[in-house]
Design a protein. Structure first.
Length: 62
């Protein structure tokens, strides 16, 4: 199945990595899925408080 998700490297301190691992395990999620879940939740909260977030348009695509 094709996906439109981008892949990137995320550097974390050991303590942060371990805490995310514990939280993701408690919710029966992979670490990647848990991080995505938390980020999407945060985006929704920010947009509710401040309005829609609009990513910048890359040059040449306007």
């Amino acid at each position: 199945m094709a996906t439109n998700k981008r892949v990137f490297t995320l550097r974390l301190e050991d303590e942060v990595f371990d805490k995310i691992g514990a939280l993701s395990t408690a919710q029966h999620r992979s670490m990647t899925n848990y991080i995505e879940y938390v980020l999407l939740k945060h985006i929704r909260e920010v947009e509710q408080a401040e309005g829609e977030i609009r990513p910048p348009v890359p040059k040449g695509h306007d």
